[in-house]
Design a protein around this ligand. Sequence first.
Ligand SMILES: [Zn+2]
Length: 385
Amino acid sequence: MRFMTRSRAILLLAICAAPVACDAQQRRPGQNRQPTIPPPSITEYKPQSTLVVPEHEVPRARFPVVDIHGHPPTLDNPEAIERVLGEMDRLNIGVMVQARPSSGQRLRSQIEAVRAAGHEDRFVFFASLDLQDVGPGSGARIAAQLEEDVALGAVGIGEISKAFGLYNTKADGSRLQMDDPELDIVWETAGRLGIPVFVHTADPPEFFEPLDYTNERWLELAIFENRRFMDRDRFPSFDDLMDERDRMLMKHPNTTWILAHMGWHTADLGRLGEIFDAHPNVLGEVGAVLYDLGRQPRFAGEFFAKYKDRILFGKDSFQPDEYPYFWRVFETADEYFDYYRDYHAFWKLYGMDLPDDVLRAMYYENARRIIPNLPTTALPGERPE
Ligand SMILES: [Zn+2]
């Protein structure tokens, strides 16, 4: 696909070498005219769509869902558990993975509180890793802690935050690279225990690009200073981070990896397909990238069908009223409807109209396959092959 872009650029050059064609292009009517009244700023302009088309709100998912990327509040008390459970029932979320990871006593107190409330069939917990100041011997220590946490009841690792790759440093002060050999024993332990590793690497590629008026995420980057990674003296480039991540994946083919946010490759699904093809042990998760999927409903729909065994549902931040936007994009053929966060995307969304077998795979079947001991009482039964 990157080839196509290049050949298109060459074609354009060829056209512009012919003076007549370029001249005609320049004189397109109105092209260079300026507004005669002061234009609004980027934050002021809020055009209301006049399009009247069929609308299908989807308050509940069509099938019970495992939210692999859950960030509910800490579930160590009955009030928090019941409140989250009420929202899950309303949205048709069968099982929530607590992906705000914890370890030791914080992990134990949540597992025990959920059990005491009688809801251990609705929540599972992922373990955290202490990746601060990694030095000789750290890997064995982290792996031993992981074994303890899994014995307590953790069924996965993560979400490992983007700090891994961007900010975490080693004991000697250097940046901790994702493929650092000291951590090999941790990933091998996860593989041996049969638990998935859920990892968030980098951030959307635009966050690593110059903050100029061609950047698709200009508004978001203007709002959030801590999302700007374009300073190459402080941060690796997006592609360097992804290469580092891919070397880590390649070293551990017996470990199951879940790339948070589809690896931030949703603007280039062909690239994600190459990663899936090269690494059969890798899955992607759809949290917080709906803006990209909903602007390419046909191409993304074909991708989801082709890789239906590799995609997991996840939402990221726990805002119950935002889940139905995901159901609507995945389940309907609605056109040109609003997204929930304007600084992510200036565009409207379209429904992918995914078939039931693709929905089932993403919503719960893949999660059931890769998470050991996932409680299944809140999920549909196994379908005969
Ligand atoms: Zn997250």
